[in-house]
Design a protein around this ligand. Sequence first.
Ligand SMILES: *Cc1c(COP(=O)(O)O)cnc(C)c1O
Length: 412
Amino acid sequence: MSIDNSDCNLDFATRAIHQSQGADPTTGALITPIFQTSTFVLEELGKNKGYQYARTHNPTRTALEECLASLENAKYGVACASGLAAVSVVAGILKSGDHVIVGEDVYGGVYRLFERVFSRYDIKFTYVNTRVIDEVEAAINSKTRLIWLETPTNPLLRLADLQAVGDLAKAHNLIYVVDNTFATPYFQRPLEFGANVIVHSTTKYLSGHSDIIGGAVITSDEELYEQIKFVQNATGAVPGPFDCYLALRGIKTLALRMREHERNAIAVAEFLEQHPQVQEVYYPGLKSHPQYELARRQMSGFGGMVSFVVKGGLPAARALCNGTKLFQLAESLGGVKSLLCHPSSMTHAPIPRDVQEHCGIVEGLVRLSVGIESSIDLIADLEQALGLASKAVSSSAASADLIAAKSLVALK
Ligand SMILES: *Cc1c(COP(=O)(O)O)cnc(C)c1O
């Protein structure tokens, strides 16, 4: 028995494990095999078994694509070699002269791809604050073809109103793309709010174990699917079967991982919110988040990403980032192991300092990808590291006093 796309009345957690992952018909293998082959033998001229050449189709990849589509309640999935390959494939359906409206705080690699690659083909991009629907609307012109946004955003966890943008896109006949990497389909399904295309970096929560690079494009629109599938095959940035297998393996536990990521993230956010060394906490699941109500309307959970500002600026952030023992200092997110990063010197370093400050990426900002270890241990780790941050602030204040005192002496 195999479950196909007509079984979407089954619950999310069940589809994550069974969708298009029936026992292998030739051997009975319970788990979808890794079809490590480049080509497929024809039965006779003009007759194949649905597979010809592995850039175009591979059975391990097909299982992943159909499973991903099902999790977004969509018809079609296209797996790519990375999240950015997925972004390129979608941008590859545009033509020169087209205009695209983009959220101003999209993933830095997306910004770089649009500005440094696709703008060379005379595609124009306008970056707007997608929290304000009037700004999105004001950016529309006669050449606009597509709206691209992320919600929640990185690293400040800001939200866009999915339905409001959906209504706008529909009224103006625009292709509406949502990068759903942060929330995952477990907590948010943008197609239900009018999005036409979903993009994922499966590198993050979907695979979930920080062990692959992968991406996906998902849609229910047959015409868009045909165009996207064409670009995927023509450009060739496809994932190998082993990575597809690892993504499928990760997806089987997506539902329970996301629940645990969220439970830990709430505990961590609440701990940080009451800590005297913390100035501000950004987490859409906190009542103090300015878009808490919107988050509750369009998400069924708040995810595992938490950002916060430590008091004392760079010296404090440095001591904290160098001082955690469980939270590993690294870029990326969405794995079972907790990570922390310092956006202004790491993920967002290419952005000039004044622009960073303008966007709220201050030097004291720290981003956490809260893993699924014990929340007691995670909080204890943050507590001791915040202690180091507070010491760093007092010692840097003391050394500043010393320098001031010395310069006074020098003046005399
Ligand atoms: C990581 C990420 C990407 C890029 O994905 P890769 O797999 O690294 O190519 C795109 N969008 C978001 C929101 C991401 O976090």
